[in-house]
Write a protein that binds this ligand. Structure first.
Ligand code: CO
Length: 208
């Protein structure tokens, strides 16, 4: 890919949009009203809007390595706060993906410098689900299961924030965990049983 071709692509995109609707950019610039907050991996193969088939303005997006929600990550915490309290999104989605390099790195013994504290959060997910993960003999199957458990634990991390607890209490919001399968293109809803999971931990994380 030639970086200069991006500006030509941009001009082409503008023409296409205006052809469909001459007021497209007037409408786009007016106000954003997304109903979904999507938190996904930065991986270049997992393009948030494209895989969901949504248009600009429909989804508020946050991406980082391995779709993490860390309580001391000011960026992720600000995104969640803004999405829930200002944009009033109706759904929060954590979308992981199989073949995630971040999750894979966290399964290995290697010193990755500045990435160590970030990936340690995934090692903690492994520790929480160690018993079940260690029962899986096939390496690829265990890798996939850790990707799924990581999505689940990041959903739980979202629920630890007071603004999300308030929105859940008021039944204003839903939380979902998804996985994107790079090998097939299929987006999978993990259908996480939050009621069951939260029953055992909310006495600890309950704030509001
Ligand atoms: Co990834």
């Amino acid at each position: 890919m030639n970086i200069h071709s991006i500006f030509e692509n941009n001009q082409h995109w503008i023409k296409e949009k205006i052809k469909q609707d001459k007021d497209y950019f007037k409408k786009l610039s007016a106000k954003q009203n997304p109903s979904i907050l999507y938190i996904g991996c930065s991986d270049s193969r997992v393009p948030a809007e494209e895989l969901m088939g949504v248009q600009p303005g429909e989804v508020f997006v946050h991406r980082n390595i391995a779709n993490m929600v860390s309580n001391n990550d000011l960026s992720a915490m600000s995104v969640i706060n803004y999405a829930v309290t200002r944009l009033n999104v109706k759904h929060i989605v954590i979308c992981g993906h199989y073949n995630c390099g971040g999750v894979e790195a966290a399964m290995q013994s290697s010193d990755l410098g500045i990435l160590n504290p970030w990936l340690r959060n995934i090692r903690d997910v492994y520790r929480i689900h160690q018993e079940e993960l260690n029962k899986i003999e096939d390496d690829d199957a265990r890798f996939k299961k850790l990707v799924e458990f990581n999505v689940q634990e990041q959903c739980v991390n979202i629920i630890k924030t007071p603004e999300v607890q308030r929105a859940l209490k008021a039944k204003k919001i839903s939380i979902s965990g998804w996985v994107f399968d790079l090998q097939t293109g299929v987006l999978i809803d993990l259908k996480i049983d939050f009621d069951n999971i939260l029953e055992h931990i909310m006495e600890i994380y309950h704030i509001v």
